[in-house]
Design a protein around this ligand. Structure first.
Ligand SMILES: [Mn+2]
Length: 362
């Protein structure tokens, strides 16, 4: 989906927030499609040139390589149009390859809590996620644009929206912005985007579309193979390995489903551990979860088309929390205060997942 609209009233401060929340995209009075007037990037730039305050680029919380690369690429493109923006995010990232990426590629980003003051009239472009998601911190400013490859939220209301849920990575969408505008990606940007595509598509095997493959090919010509290789081999630390070693002993298989429990682990570690479990020959889908002080983080992976990961994630989190994502890669969260005190989390998750499988004849 690609929509770019001009909303008639100016968005500013609280009044703007109210306006944004009460009017759906398609119902915005006086909106006009301006697709034909330029590329998506040109449309976004034209909008951001009218920003009344600072511009922020916000990848999802605990950003992964795809989120970081997308923000880095967009930051560069905006700078080419004279737009200053800062990349900020909520919740710290823990995966080693994300840390290496930031260090080796010289990416500047900071935690929202540590960034200089964010004013209510400042604008934010959310990337690789959408406002209102549990993994997208509310910065209390104006969410003016979203670029994402997840399902569009029902409450989405941005002045610029480029959401393509079918694409395997957000990095491919940003790479598309480069080539669509005859922009040569600098070596480090190309390397970041190449790695973002590679990771989000699980080494070009998950949810890969023509765009992911084409962008991977085109970026490759500009990327630095040695840094790419270094990132690829920085996915784990010794500490992660110890966490995984303990966790992998908990793996249980019920029919086509595997379950993995991790001790207190960051979102990205849960997902990465689950990718490893999914590579088991015996199963078609896997559910990993981590019981943390803030709640239960759930990751779902599928390697077949007849089990829908997003539905399975929703079935597990149910009315207790939130679940969703892609068919092959999904997740969910149950806040601590919603976890039933009378049942073990292990039983709850297994019961719900297996019930889903049975009810949908798997
Ligand atoms: Mn992504």
């Amino acid at each position: 989906m690609y929509q770019a609209i001009i909303a008639a009233p100016a968005i500013d401060g609280q009044a703007g927030q109210a306006h944004r929340r009460t009017e759906g995209l398609r119902s915005t009075a006086g909106s006009a499609s301006i697709n034909s007037m330029g590329t998506r990037l040109q449309t976004l730039v034209a909008l951001l040139q009218t920003a009344p305050g600072e511009i922020f680029i916000q990848p999802h919380d605990a950003p992964d390589p795809d989120a970081i690369a997308s923000a880095f690429g967009l930051h560069y493109l905006l700078s080419r149009h004279g737009l200053k923006a800062r990349i900020i995010y909520g919740r710290e990232y823990e995966k080693m390859d994300a840390r290496r990426m930031v260090a080796l590629l010289g990416i500047e980003l900071s935690m929202a809590a540590e960034a200089a003051s964010i004013e209510s009239e400042d604008w934010v472009v959310v990337i690789d996620g959408q406002s209102g998601n549990t993994n997208m911190a509310d910065l209390h400013c104006v969410e003016v644009a979203a670029i994402d490859h997840h399902m569009v939220r029902a409450d989405a209301a941005y002045r610029f929206l480029d959401i393509r849920p079918e694409v395997g990575s957000c990095s491919a969408i940003i790479a598309d912005y480069f080539f669509e505008n005859q922009e040569i990606p600098p070596r480090l940007v190309a390397t970041a985007l190449l790695y973002g595509i590679f990771i989000d598509t699980d080494s070009m095997t998950r949810g890969v579309t023509d765009l992911d493959a084409l962008m991977f090919y085109r970026l490759y010509a500009f990327a630095e193979p040695e840094i790419f290789r270094r990132l690829r081999s920085s996915q784990l630390t010794l500490r992660d390995l110890a966490t995984y070693a303990d966790a992998f002993r908990t793996v249980e298989i019920y029919g086509r489903l595997a379950f993995l429990r991790l001790a207190d682990a960051d979102d990205s570690l849960v997902g990465a551990a689950n990718d490893i479990v999914l590579s088991l020959d015996e199963i078609d889908a896997s559910v990993a979860y981590s019981v943390r002080s803030d709640g239960v983080k759930i990751s779902v992976r599928c390697k077949v088309d007849d089990i829908h990961g997003d539905e399975l994630a929703r079935a597990i989190a149910g009315e207790l929390g939130f679940g969703g994502g892609h068919v092959h890669m999904a997740g969910g969260f149950i806040p601590a205060d919603r976890v039933p005190p009378d049942r073990s989390v292990d039983t709850l998750i297994r019961h719900r997942a297996i019930s889903y499988m049975e009810s949908s004849n798997h």
